[in-house]
Write a protein that binds this ligand. Structure first.
Ligand code: PLP
Ligand code: TYF
Length: 398
């Protein structure tokens, strides 16, 4: 049965990580996969997470099964983090929440749920978007449509083109928006643009679907959730997929959350029963450990503060790196404007160089980034910055 199988290409982001690990160049730089790194180039366990884990080890009494929705306490605490503690949809009990295996689990289960609501639904995603959105959403049977988003010439959002494309969406279509720190471009909607998109979606009867994988890594916990919270306040129905991979550094623990906002508490309960049935038929229930850590942190004022302080250090480091990179390039022989990097948010920006130049950085300088020239800014540090800028200058001059 298996003899006719052919090999499927690997995820290019994960494949690049493997080549980086094999590279023996002493000055190699990994700007590929989107994991946060500190000044030493490490992705350490956050202090708040370590304390929570030690506490769990001492106090956990069972590893018995949980439930398809995971831990209700985790769900409640993350809902407050995402929507804000006093959001009307929480007070009105119109939200159903499910702890999921990472943001990916939330995205896939959202797609399964939405497909179950309407098998003809289409989901509109940005051009470009995170490559995994296609298999995660398309794999559930949703038809994928694209709307223009990042304009590589102007290094910014082509907002008018985005609005124009969404005019051809029809009532019941779903629009996927990155809550903050757009992956791969780093170009986020401003408040005015969020409102304009909401106006359009409202007028046309479209359903908002927010993917927020980087809350707290852009401008701040509340600032980053602005669009999601505003949509939840305006729309009778929406879905949101969030992740604790980046902001709690829990990548491999697979910790995320899916939220479904419905028009009434009864509809939310029915939507929940449909969702939990989908979850049961996929993985039964989510893994527990990462969510137990987050629940512990968010349930303890002091630990929450420790976590928020660490997250602020990470966020400020990324913004600082963006500024110092632009300044270093400005002071170098490179005669090209890279100031857009300072205006963008989160870990990613497109450098805006050709795939041949990306390849030259990799083969001649052991600097790794995705072919599209998406770089993980957090992979830079004071020590490697000069090497990076000089290599960039060289490939631009070649
Ligand atoms: N959505 C976006 C845009 C992402 O960049 C990521 C990931 O890394 C995710 C969702 C989900 O990540 P995870 O499944 O690791 O929580
Ligand atoms: O875009 C990134 O780099 C992150 C991490 O299959 C990631 O979102 C990349 C690929 C993948 C899972 C996570």
């Amino acid at each position: 049965m298996f003899e006719g199988l052919h090999a499927v290409p690997q995820d290019p982001i994960l494949a690049m990580l493997a080549s980086y690990r094999e590279d023996t160049h002493p000055q190699k730089i990994d700007l590929g996969i989107g994991v946060y790194k500190n000044d030493q180039g490490d992705t350490p366990i956050m202090r708040a997470v370590q304390v929570a884990e030690a506490r769990l080890l001492a106090t956990e009494t069972t590893k018995s099964y949980t439930a398809p929705a995971g831990s209700p306490v985790y769900n409640e605490r993350v809902a407050k983090l995402v929507f804000g503690s006093d959001h009307p949809v929480l007070n009105d009990k119109r939200v159903v929440s499910a702890q999921t295996p990472g943001g990916c689990g939330a995205l896939r289960m959202a797609a399964e749920f939405l497909r179950g609501c309407n098998e003809d639904s289409k989901v509109w995603v940005s051009t470009p978007t995170w490559a995994n959105h296609m298999p995660l959403l398309g794999g559930a049977g949703l038809e994928i449509c694209m709307y223009p988003y990042y304009d590589h010439d102007n290094k910014n959002i082509d907002f008018q083109a985005m609005l124009d494309a969404l005019e051809s969406a029809v009532a019941g279509d779903i629009v996927l928006l990155h809550g903050c720190c757009h992956n791969p471009s780093g170009a986020d909607l401003n408040k005015e643009q969020w409102h304009a998109i909401a106006d359009l979606m409202e007028r046309k009867g479209l359903i908002p679907f927010v993917d927020m994988a980087y809350q707290g890594l852009g401008a701040g916990i509340d600032e980053d959730a602005y669009g999601l919270r505003m949509l939840a306040a305006r729309f009778p129905e929406m879905v949101a997929a969030t992740s604790c991979s980046k902001n709690f550094g829990l990548y491999r623990e697979r910790t995320g959350t899916l939220f479904i906002v419905a028009a009434t508490p009864e509809q939310a309960a029915n939507a929940g029963s449909q969702l939990f049935s989908k979850i049961r038929s996929h993985y039964s229930m989510p893994p527990s450990h990462g969510a137990a850590i987050v629940e512990t942190i968010l349930g303890d004022t002091e630990l929450s503060q420790t976590w928020l302080d660490e997250l602020a250090v990470m966020r400020n480091r990324i913004q600082g790196l963006r500024q110092s990179l632009v300044a270093k390039i400005r002071d170098s022989a490179i005669d090209r404007d890279f100031s857009f990097i300072e205006q963008q948010f989160g870990m990613f920006s497109f450098l805006g160089i050709t795939s041949a130049q990306v390849e030259a950085l990799r083969s001649q300088h052991s600097i790794y980034m995705i072919d599209s020239s998406r770089m993980n800014v957090a992979g830079l540090n004071d020590e490697c910055m000069d090497y990076f800028v000089s290599a960039l200058g060289e490939v631009l001059r070649a």
